[in-house]
Design a protein around this ligand. Structure first.
Ligand code: PLP
Length: 394
């Protein structure tokens, strides 16, 4: 329809959501589907956090808050950034939004002008290119390779920087690859950003889900890079709070103010009750998080070993988040049980049709030679699902 917004008609639907929706529907219809699609922890929000929400309701904390979020939650976020990341911020640097996705949306709206370029790595999380396009900017793709851990290299970045480069998107630990950057690697990226006056949008939402190595925020690497960095984080992944919709940014005050103004008209404050619960998540008992990380590590180790024992499939061990990128390049072009597999979409369809296993095709992340499996599901499901995939390839 020519009457509708040309810009927004170009926004593509999320591949991740469409496959998981199909698997969910099959499950609802009584079919025995195993889903490796999940982008959310399969754990309940910890009890102390749930209780804090109930208490907020009972106490009548149910009105609007400041558009950019509750002062007390901003304080708790500043304490967290100091304690976990050694980052000094004050509440004026913080904007609390409806999930980290909304924080990313606000960020690109605040920093981009028409024609600006934002560098993102391939494979990328599905929403980055669309969020950038919605801000009238252009995503510029930097291919990474499995051999170097799906990371930017200095050369690959320098090759893509132009006068129009506004920002570099960094996502460590990464969805979908599980990549975690080291401090030295971040130093190289920070140097490039400072020298060329380019923002870093640092999506640190999987910060606490690390199994090897440790998380470093690029904003810690000096005052200049800190001023250029917009740290993105939130409650969804680390506190099993996906549906509560709380994310936040830490940035310089000018960017924070612009985002606040945008948000004040678009959504007002994020859910008040969820903000109260988030104070407890950040300040309360952190042991449920430790148990979750332990379970994820055990599942990751099982999954990686099993995948590498299956013919035609291989994967590297991811260091963080809860996804494994499985290399399916040996499958592409072959026929299995009469199905010709010409890409990751075909393979995902084949697995869903024949053995009722849902996986996310890599084409949604910009690389057709992979599928993404999430291990945010029980070890029993992982065992059964991988056995089915093995059978489908026999
Ligand atoms: N960033 C990455 C890399 C993600 O994988 C996700 C969720 O899938 C988000 C941001 C958004 O998280 P939320 O909006 O639930 O806070």
């Amino acid at each position: 329809n020519d009457n509708l917004s040309v810009k927004n008609r170009k926004v593509s639907p999320s591949v991740t959501l469409s496959i998981t929706a199909k698997a969910k529907k099959m499950k609802k219809d009584g079919e025995d589907v195993i889903s490796f699609g999940a982008g959310e922890p399969d754990f309940k929000t910890p009890a102390n956090i749930r209780n804090a929400a109930i208490e907020a309701i009972e106490k009548g904390h149910i009105g609007y808050t400041a558009a950019s979020g509750l002062p007390e939650l901003k304080k708790a976020i500043c304490e967290k950034l100091k304690k976990d990341n050694n980052l000094e911020y004050t509440p004026e640097n913080i904007v609390i939004s409806n999930g980290a996705k909304h924080s990313l949306f606000n960020t690109f709206q605040a920093i981009c002008n028409p024609g600006d370029e934002v560098i993102i790595p391939v494979p990328y999380w599905v929403s980055y290119p669309e969020l950038i396009k919605m801000a009238d900017a252009t995503p510029v793709f930097v291919k990474t390779s499995e051999e170097n851990g799906f990371k930017y290299t200095k050369e690959s970045l320098l090759n893509r920087i132009t006068k129009k480069t506004k920002a570099i998107l960094l996502n460590s630990p990464s969805n979908p690859t599980g990549t975690v950057y080291t401090e030295d690697e971040l130093k190289e990226i920070a140097e490039i950003a400072v020298k060329n006056d380019i923002f870093i949008v640092s999506d640190e939402i999987y910060e606490k889900l690390i199994y090897d190595g440790r998380h470093v925020s690029i904003a810690t690497l000096g005052d200049e890079i800190k001023d250029l960095t917009i740290v993105i984080n939130g409650m969804s992944k680390c506190y099993a709070m996906t549906g509560w919709r709380i994310g936040y940014t830490a940035s310089n005050k000018e960017i924070a103010k612009t985002m606040t103004n945008i948000q004040s008209h678009a959504t007002s404050n994020p859910n008040t009750i969820a903000q109260y619960a988030s104070i407890e998540a950040l300040r309360g008992d952190q042991s449920p998080l430790k148990d979750m990380v332990k379970a994820f590590r055990e599942r990751r180790d099982y999954m990686v070993d099993k995948i590498n024992s299956i013919d035609y499939l291989s994967c590297k061990k991811p260091k963080g988040a809860f996804y494994v990128m499985v290399n399916i390049s040996e499958i592409i072009g072959k026929k299995f049980n009469g199905y010709k597999i010409s890409g990751s979409m075909d393979f995902a369809q084949y697995l869903l049709d024949t053995v009722k296993v849902a996986v996310i095709p890599g084409t949604g992340f910009g690389n057709d030679n992979y599928i993404r499996l999430s291990y945010a599901t029980s070890l029993d499901n992982i065992k059964e699902g991988l056995e089915r995939i093995e059978k489908a390839l026999n």
